[in-house]
Design a protein around this ligand. Structure first.
Ligand code: FCB
Length: 476
């Protein structure tokens, strides 16, 4: 595989191309490294109307014609809610020592406020107990996009009240499960929730309003701060952090114009979230570009918000799938930049460039610029069109290779001083891929959505084998 001769001005360290085919060495990782798989509630659970669960914005969105490919919904998904024990056995069989899942807010509080729906909380209590009984550490995400519809009806994340409701909900979950769950992630990918949901409308709730998307982003970050406080209060000693989807940026050509465009893209995608989470408030260059749409111009930034958004955290979660190669594009949107598709690169089924060296760059850059106490890659993976053989096998070599290259890319990051504490493959199994429905498969386990049969793919077998060698201290 080749990659274009571009370098990030932010991250001078780039893997030589030959390491792109490198296989990871199990002996390279510290003994207590978290090796996991990740999922999210709406993508796998199904049982959308059971045991008192309220509606979420994704129920509404997916049931709105034209919003999700094929009219797919999460009504049944992987039916995980009913197949909990078997899925826990599957997780254990892979040999992971950590499992990242999310709690569906509308299961715990059907309208997002008020009394707890005990049956909803009990499901997660059984999940946590089942993981612990199998020697797997639970990593709990409080919000992976399934906002209770009742809160959306009252303004959703564009309203500050939602941040306060989220803080209360975080306290309920931390109080209910914090005796056993020691790792909490407040919010998954606020960029996606705000921008895809409120800015360009391809995710729930499907709004298309730039100013509203920045109101939403602000309240998601305020909600994060309130949730950190709630977890600290109700689950003392637990670790808490946020998960951001970060893309390391590279200028398309080594010109001042493309470098400046890359910096703007980085501000939009990465620094807008990293800076406030690390107590610096919002990056001024992007505030200036946003003009009237900035949270400041909208009068949404209240005294104390900077401290709240920057509440000290124990780790940063990084979801990484690709990189951004950027060129200057005067007049193109408010960022005046555009992502380009480098020739000669490999692409996944989502047309995302395979760029494992950018994971190394990204982790080193985040450590250098923000110095988090620990970083966990909380998602990394790829979709490809899988073929099921006559015997049921799925030989997903491309996904296997993708995972190997990205795990290998952690090694130079560790060597360079990035405090990487773990890696979670996205995803445990094929699931409801948001606006793409069930068409795009990310699992290392295949799911037949007709029969709900699970079959470990070649990528899952590679991961299990790698983890077995990791535990045994055996080389590549
Ligand atoms: C991330 C989401 C996750 C999944 C992957 C492919 O943005 O957090 O739920 O959809 O992308």
């Amino acid at each position: 595989m080749t990659h274009p001769p571009v370098r990030s001005e932010f991250s001078p360290v780039t893997l030589p191309p030959e390491s792109l085919t490198a296989r990871p060495d199990p002996r390279h990782f510290p003994p207590r490294f978290a090796w996991g798989v990740a999922t999210a509630a709406y993508q796998i659970e199904g049982a959308a109307r059971e045991d008192g669960r309220g509606a979420s914005i994704w129920d509404t969105f997916s049931h709105t014609p034209g919003r999700v490919k094929g009219g797919d919904t999460g009504d049944v998904a992987c039916d995980h809610y009913h197949r909990l024990e078997a899925d826990l056995d599957l997780i254990a069989r892979l040999g992971v020592n950590a499992y990242r899942f999310s709690v569906a807010w509308p299961r715990v509080q059907p309208t997002g406020r008020g009394a707890v729906n005990q049956k909803g909380l009990d499901f997660y209590s059984r999940l946590v107990d089942g993981l612990l009984a199998r020697g797997v550490t639970p990593w709990l995400t409080l919000y992976h996009w399934d906002l209770p519809q009742a809160l959306q009806d009252a303004g959703g994340w564009a309203s500050r009240d939602t941040a306060h409701a989220f803080g209360e909900y975080a306290g309920i979950v931390a109080a209910g499960l914090g005796d056993r769950v020691r790792h909490f992630i407040t919010i998954n990918e606020p960029w996606c929730a705000a921008f895809l949901g409120y800015g360009i409308g391809i995710h729930a709730p499907g709004h298309t309003d730039l100013a509203q998307s920045y109101a939403a982003a602000h309240h998601l970050l305020v909600g994060h701060g309130l949730a950190v406080q709630a977890v600290r209060a109700h689950a003392p000693g637990a670790q808490v952090g946020i998960t951001l989807n970060l893309y390391e940026g590279y200028p398309a050509t080594d010109t001042p114009a493309d470098r400046a465009a890359t910096r703007r893209q980085d501000g939009f995608q990465n620094r807008w979230y990293l800076d406030p989470v690390y107590g610096r408030g919002y990056p001024q260059d992007i505030v200036d570009l946003l003009g009237d749409a900035s949270p400041h111009a909208q009068g949404l930034v209240l005294p104390g918000d900077r401290e709240l958004m920057g509440a000290p955290t124990d780790f940063l979660g990084v979801n990484m799938y690709s990189r951004a190669v950027v060129e200057d594009a005067p007049g193109d949107g408010w960022l005046h930049s555009r992502q380009v598709r480098p020739e000669g690169s490999e692409y996944t089924g989502f047309d995302w460039e395979v760029a494992p060296h950018s994971l190394t760059d990204l982790l080193l850059r985040v450590q250098r610029d923000y110095d988090p106490p620990a970083v966990y890659v909380t998602e990394n993976g790829a979709t490809y069109p899988d073929t099921v053989e006559a015997d049921g096998a799925v030989n997903d070599e491309a996904r296997s290779r993708y995972l190997q290259m990205h795990v290998a890319a952690l090694q130079p990051a560790l060597d360079g001083g990035a405090k990487v504490g773990g890696y979670f493959a996205w995803s445990l199994m094929d699931n409801f891929e948001w606006a793409e429905g069930y068409e795009k498969r990310f699992g290392i386990v295949h799911v037949d959505f007709g029969t709900q049969a699970r079959t470990v793919k070649a990528s899952g077998r590679w991961y299990a084998d790698f983890l077995a060698r990791t535990h045994a201290g055996v080389g590549a």
